[in-house]
Design a protein around this ligand. Sequence first.
Ligand code: HEC
Length: 208
Amino acid sequence: MSTRLKRTIGVSTFLVVVVAGFLLRPGTEADEDPVWVETAQAVVLPFKQRLMAALKEGLAQGPEAAIDACRIEAPRIADALASPTVRVGRTSHRLRNPANAPKPWMLPILQELRDTAPGERPYRIVRMGDDWIGYAEPIYMQPLCLTCHGSDLSASLRDRLDAAYPQDQATGFAVGDFRGIFWVELETRGAASHAAAPTAPKVPKAPL
Ligand code: HEC
């Protein structure tokens, strides 16, 4: 084989390895530093609690009203808990709202948690480059969720969902099924500011 050919093969192989490595590595597993886990959980907890409160308040007015509570309140609560160094949200492998689509680092975690028994992996944490950490926590179906994500939706609810979410894939779940994840992204450089950031609500809760 000529030297030139060998060099070409060498360079091509190198490029393939580098590009494949880059594409296949949406995030590397972070050291499970308890500070990051605690910081992320301090954001997820109020997010969950406020979502559940909004859902229950909505359901008290009927499931159709509760859809609006989910649609309007979920992003509002996420925004209220966010800061320049903190982002929070929900995503799923079967989405109702395409705006909740997973970011690349979340895809392998969704896959993994879907194949893991409930309780086995209470959270996952990954490092994204030098500056950000991603945290994810599985969400499982509860009886309360069946009204809007189960197999037996009322016709009026189905109509309302079809109108708001024409690409809805988030029905047909059973209690205990993996439904998606809560996620948090934390910027690690501004570490000192995290302690104060997530806990206090920045805006008062809007009426439903
Ligand atoms: C009243 C109907 C209703 C009930 C009950 C309900 N949801 Fe939803 N859910 C929605 C709607 C509407 C959305 C889309 C919200 C949006 O536009 O961001 C949604 C979105 C989600 C998402 C975000 C990912 C996606 O598919 O867009 C998750 C995760 C989720 N729901 C889980 C749950 C769980 C878990 C429960 C039970 C604790 C539950 N939901 C109960 C209506 C409901």
